[in-house]
Ligand binder design. Structure first.
Ligand code: IVH
Length: 663
């Protein structure tokens, strides 16, 4: 059996490599999934053959990990930046003088993601650490294991122990899709793929990381027994062990070759699937690198050349304000159309009132617009010299442009909000759009346009009205056919089977996204319990902080929301967790008495206490014959240990315990 499991693992590793590193799969996704499932089943039947580097470990888990800080063996330095060929030439001359012998430079792309250091021992990935402050970073191994193009086990002839550094990236296509989804749910958008990649890597839930489809390129190795004195050869070797190494890597002997590489990639990089922000030049020989050494902050043997962010100057005509589903008000600059990176820009984001104030923005100002890694251009500065007749100072509005309500600003937040949740048109319509969206109630036939039409015809004022729509009323509307009317009705009926956790999400409670909705649904199990939950009860739930707890309390304190919920109940929506889920979730420790003893590394003692209670168990103080088991950390009290031995009570480690309560 062991060899069957091992063979499947090897086979899946090869397919992962073919798909994610070589981009040349040899089997279909379905065949891959079938084999993976087969392996999962075999591993579940034979826990004795568990392997932390098995391909099954790439799917992540929803155990919150909390990151351990790890000191880097070699500090992770940054690179000196240059912005012109002249400065690159200065670097070249410095190296030439410093070495006083022939040398080669390796030109690479500077990938714009978040850097990572991986340690491999005997061909196995043992640790992945973020850059952090350069001296120490976060241990994000569990999250990194979900990135399919990172080998968990190496092939070929690799050194027994080494460190490899590279960049974790979110491809443009994944980034665009993620932001599209976030926009739909009115979650804050990621400004660029770099922020999205580093934000994803810091998520506590590795199964969400797995779903984000990150990628990684590697460009630097450290270790005693590297195969060659040449960096370029070591990269080739790393490629043969299974790492993704960029094809855009070139060994150059002259400055002219370097300039060609820079000029070529300054244009061509726009066709790459991932973001780059420059070129990195490295002296090829490791021996020469050593001779050149380091300054306090960066190596003398390498430098970055940064591409120019594209900029344009144009006139600010006006500022308009958009109100979203949650009532957040976003200021938008309306500009004289200007060409920037091949597109015509007419609008730019101004983010919030603080940014407007910091720019000291006046109407008719000539402003600099930049499109860096961001998709939405931003105003970076005002050309004050170009002010002749100074226009009105841009003052953030005090009232909602849609409904006139006085805007509010929450403590610690940059955004202004319209508080008139239940009567401000874009908020009502936005709430309905969210309610019917795919990940919420998934009601077919009701898109933004139809909602708007029904709203204008006063058929919809509130999410519960959706279920009161009558076929004759719908057919009477000019732009809606009989077929669409029946479609809407069928969609509404079908949505009554949508599970409780998605209903909680669909309500559109501020700050309650998909994951938080699930946590709330599983913690409180039905709408009445959630409605009656106090602030103190709410914050004991994993991942629910004060801000979310406050928002939930406020939602249920509003009589209009309660009325809506009552109506939704009478229409027959799922207002409690299904029997099946009640059984499957949270009952792993049902009827068990558990003693916690010792110190722990993965979670605090209080967190373990909450986990025991959440899973139906009882946390007791002292060991007795009735104790089911002891959750034993380091340095467990000797008295407890003696008693446990005497009574034959089992001891479970943190990991065993966490595995036990996993879904
Ligand atoms: S070499 C000691 N090569 O840029 C030098 N870095 O400003 C080690 N980066 O922290 C870095 N692409 O996150 C190197 N081809 C490349 C790179 C690269 C992107 C990032 C990396 C580093 C930062 C330095």
């Amino acid at each position: 059996m062991k060899s069957q499991i091992e063979n499947l693992r090897r086979e899946l590793e090869q397919h992962n490599y073919d798909y994610y590193v070589k981009s040349a799969p040899t089997i279909t996704d379905f065949e891959f999934d079938t084999k993976l499932k087969q392996l999962q089943e075999l591993e579940a039947q034979h826990p004795e053959f568990f392997d932390p580097n098995s391909p099954t470990q790439r799917v992540g888990s929803d155990i919150a990990s909390g990151f351990e800080q790890v000191a880097h063996v070699h500090p992770m330095l940054s690179l000196g930046n240059t912005y012109s060929l002249g400065e690159v030439q200065d670097f070249y001359e410095r190296v030439r003088k410093g070495l006083n012998e022939d040398f080669e430079l390796v030109c690479e792309l500077k990938y714009d993601g978040t850097s990572i250091s991986l340690t491999y021992e005997d061909g196995l990935l043992v640790r992945a650490v973020t850059r952090g402050d350069g001296e120490k970073g976060d241990d994000v191994t569990a999250n990194v294991k979900t990135i399919r193009s990172i080998p968990l086990r190496l092939k070929g002839n690799y050194p027994a122990s080494f460190e490899i550094r590279g960049e974790i990236l979110m491809p443009w296509a994944v980034f665009d899709e993620l932001n599209r989804e976030r926009e739909e749910q009115e979650e804050q958008l990621f400004a660029n793929p770099r922020n999205a990649a580093s934000g994803t890597l810091k998520l506590q839930n590795s199964s969400v990381v797995a779903s984000r489809k990150l990628d990684a390129y590697f460009y630097y190795m450290l270790g005693e027994n590297l195969p060659s004195d040449l960096h370029s050869e070591n990269l080739k070797a790393a490629h043969s062990w299974g790492f993704k190494i960029s094809d855009a890597t070139k060994v150059c002997k002259t400055l002219a070759e370097v300039a060609d590489f820079i000029n070529y990639w300054d244009v061509e990089r726009k066709n790459l699937p991932v973001a780059t922000d420059g070129i990195v030049l490295k002296v090829n020989s490791l021996g020469q690198q050593k001779n050149l050494g380091y300054t306090a902050k960066s190596p003398r043997w390498a430098i970055a050349y940064k591409f120019q962010a594209e900029k344009a100057v144009t006139r600010l005509n006006s500022v308009s304000y958009q109100v979203g589903r949650t009532g957040a008000v976003t200021p938008v600059a309306n500009l004289d159309p200007v060409q920037l990176s091949g597109t015509t820009v007419k609008r730019a984001s101004l983010h919030n009132a603080d940014i407007i104030a910091a720019l000291d923005l006046h109407i008719a100002d000539m402003v600099f617009v930049e499109k860096g890694g961001e998709i939405i251009p931003k105003i970076t500065a005002v050309d004050k010299e170009a002010r002749f007749l100074i226009g009105d100072k841009v003052q953030f509005i005090k009232n909602c442009p849609e409904c006139g309500a006085a805007l509010v600003r929450f403590d610690g937040e940059a955004a202004h909000y319209c508080p008139n949740e239940n009567a401000c048109p874009p908020q009502i319509k936005g709430k309905m759009e969210h309610f019917v969206s795919r990940k919420a109630m998934n009601i077919d036939g009701l898109g933004a346009e139809t909602i708007n039409l029904l709203y204008q015809n006063e058929l919809l004022r509130n999410i519960a009205d959706i279920y009161a729509l009558k076929i004759p009323d719908l057919i009477r509307l000019e732009r809606l056919g009989t077929k669409s009317a029946y479609n809407i009705q069928a969609g509404c009926e079908k949505s009554k089977e949508i599970p409780f956790e998605r209903v909680v999400f669909a309500l559109g409670i501020r700050f309650v996204g998909e994951t938080i909705a699930k946590k709330l649904a599983f913690a409180f199990k039905n709408i009445e319990a959630l409605e009656n939950a106090t602030f103190d009860e709410l914050i004991t739930v994993d991942e629910i902080g004060e801000r979310i707890a406050q928002s939930v309390v406020a939602y249920f304190a509003d009589s209009q929301n309660i009325e809506t919920l009552e109506r939704l109940k009478t229409f027959g929506l799922q207002m409690s967790l299904s029997e099946e889920k009640l059984q499957a979730h949270g009952n792993a420790l049902s009827g068990l008495s558990i003693v916690i003893s010792g110190t722990f590394s993965q979670h605090s003692r209080d967190e373990y206490k909450t986990m025991i209670e959440r899973n139906g168990g009882k946390n007791v103080g002292s060991v007795s014959a009735k104790t089911s088991f002891i959750l034993a950390g380091e340095n467990m009290g000797p008295e407890k240990l003696k008693k446990a031995e005497k009574l034959g009570v089992k001891l479970l480690t943190e990991t065993e315990f966490l595995t036990m309560i996993m879904d």
